[in-house]
Structures are given as structure tokens and as C-alpha cells.
Design a protein around this ligand. Structure first.
Ligand SMILES: NC(=O)c1ccc[n+]([C@@H]2O[C@H](COP(=O)([O-])OP(=O)(O)OC[C@H]3O[C@@H](n4cnc5c(N)ncnc54)[C@H](O)[C@@H]3O)[C@@H](O)[C@H]2O)c1
Length: 245
């Protein structure tokens, strides 16, 4: 039976690298991304190469929309067995900035509440599959402070807490919930800060380089696979050693 995976933020950066690897691993992949035109292009790219892919229009902050879209997936594409919560934003939440209140809300709503909303929206399907998997995407900034701001750091620490708690609540249903904590990865999210981040890498990361999206995707695909069948509630740093120093 074809396994259905939903990847939020699946049109860009780490999310798209994950979508590509999951498609190669035989999943029917659903790209759930706010950037609909890019998601449509990505689906065309994947189906053009012979993979099974589809696009879902949803904003992870809208709980009702997540539930409706995921129910539609069940009818059109089959039971959702894997959710990768990769949609995320950073920035505009430095304490003291005029816009920091709105920035805080945006980071918490998308990065943390969005991850909850997606699991909430397909919990029935994950339970019904008997072998559901959730992989959340936190950040080294959720474990420690870093080149980021208050709202981002708190949201990503929250994702680690959510992972642990969901592990306890969902293990009885055969569902595993794990998390990756990427270091600094070369994606559009780093955007205009790239120069500053590269100098930060030289000082703070033993491997002295940025990571590539595929290096995070490989860890996500591993956690999703049967090879990780006894790993549950864990947060795996994929950070070139950042958390060691
Ligand atoms: N790039 C890094 O250095 C880094 C480091 C640690 C963690 N992360 C995390 O990895 C994840 C992916 O980041 P990336 O670097 O690939 O970023 P990216 O900007 O390339 O991709 C993020 C995607 O999320 C989508 N998105 C944003 N808000 C959304 C919403 N409300 N609903 C649905 N989709 C939405 C965007 O449209 C975009 O396609 C994020 O959670 C980010 O916090 C990134």
C-alpha cells in the first residue's frame, strides 16, 4: 500500500529536500505550503520525474483549514501515515523592537501552534494507520540561544516540548513522534543574513560551515523510517557540532 506523507513548508529549503527524499523512498508526498505557486511548481517537477506528489492549500496557523485539508487527503490520496512539520518563519521578534509583539505571535503561531494543528488535524488517520509517524523541525536555537530572536527561540523550544509530550500521549497508538534540531542551514530563510551567519559559523560551529537542506532531510527520513522503530520523543541535533561548544 502506498504510504502518504504530508510535509508542511514542503515547497522550499529543508521541506523540499525532505519531500524529494520521501518521494524517492516511495511515499506519495503532499506539499502543504503557504506559497501555493511554488508548491504547484514543485509538484509538477516531482510528478514529471515519475513520483507521486500533490499539493494542499493550507496555512498551518488555521486549525480548521488543516483539519479540512487533511480529511480531503484521506479521501483523495489515502490515509496519512507521516507528517513532517517543517513550515517555519524567523525574525522580527527581538525583545524591545517596536514590532516584537507581532513578531512573537507570528513565530509562535506558525512554528509551534502550526505543528500542533497539523497533528490535531490528522490524529484519527495516524491512529488508524497503526504505525503513524510525526517528525517535527525545531532548531539548535530551541536547545540553546543563538543567531535568532526571542519568539523564534521560544517557539522552537516549544516544539521540543511538544515532541516529548506527544510521544507519551501517542505511543500507545503505535505512533512515534521525533524531532530534528538543525544548525544553520543554507536555505532562503537565512536570506539577507547569510554573510553574518557565515562569520558566526566560523566561531561557533566545529565544522565551520553551513549545513545543506539535504543533510537535514536525510535525518528526517531516517526518523520516519522503520530503521528508527525504537526512537521516540527524541530530538536529534543535525548541526555540525554547534551544540557541543
Ligand atoms: N535554515 C536554517 O538555518 C534553519 C535552522 C534551524 C531550523 N530551521 C527550521 O527548518 C524549517 C524549514 O526552514 P527553511 O530554512 O527550509 O525555510 P524556508 O523559508 O526555505 O521554508 C519555509 C517554508 O515554510 C512555508 N510556510 C511559512 N509559513 C507557513 C504557514 N503558515 N503555512 C504553511 N507553510 C508556511 C514557507 O512558504 C516556506 O516555503 C523551519 O521550521 C525553520 O525554522 C531552519
Amino acid at each position: 500500500m502506498t504510504k502518504v506523507a504530508i510535509i508542511t513548508g514542503g515547497a522550499s529549503g529543508i521541506g523540499f529536500a525532505t519531500t524529494q527524499l520521501l518521494a524517492c523512498a516511495g511515499y506519495r508526498v503532499g506539499i502543504a505550503d503557504l506559497n501555493t505557486p511554488l508548491a504547484i511548481d514543485r509538484v509538477a517537477e516531482l510528478t514529471g520525474s515519475g513520483y507521486e506528489a500533490f499539493q494542499l492549500s493550507l496555512d498551518v496557523t488555521n486549525r480548521e483549514e488543516c483539519g479540512t485539508a487533511l480529511e480531503k487527503v484521506r479521501h483523495q490520496h489515502g490515509l496519512v501515515t507521516l507528517v513532517v512539520n517543517c513550515a517555519g518563519v524567523a525574525g522580527r521578534s527581538q525583545i524591545g523592537d517596536a514590532a516584537s509583539g507581532a513578531g512573537w505571535d507570528r513565530n509562535i503561531d506558525i512554528n509551534l501552534t502550526g505543528s500542533f494543528n497539523m497533528v490535531h488535524g490528522c490524529i484519527g488517520q495516524l491512529k488508524a494507520s497503526g504505525k503513524g509517524v510525526v517528525v517535527n523541525v525545531s532548531s539548535v536555537v530551541g536547545e540553546r540561544s543563538g543567531f535568532a530572536e526571542a519568539g523564534y527561540a521560544a517557539s522552537k523550544a516549544g516544539v521540543i516540548g511538544l515532541t516529548r509530550q506527544l510521544c507519551r500521549e501517542l505511543a500507545p497508538f503505535g505512533i512515534r513522534v521525533n524531532c530534528v534540531a538543525p544548525g544553520y542551514i543554507e536555505t532562503p530563510m537565512l536570506g539577507n543574513n547569510l554573510g553574518d551567519v557565515k562569520s558566526w559559523m566560523d566561531i561557533h560551529t566545529p565544522m565551520k560551515r553551513l549545513g545543506q537542506p539535504r543533510e537535514i532531510a536525510e535525518a528526517i527520513v531516517f526518523l520516519a523510517s522503520d530503521a528508527a522503530s525504537y526512537i521516540n520523543g527524541a530530538t536529534l541535533p543535525v548541526d555540525g557540532g554547534y551544540l557541543c561548544v
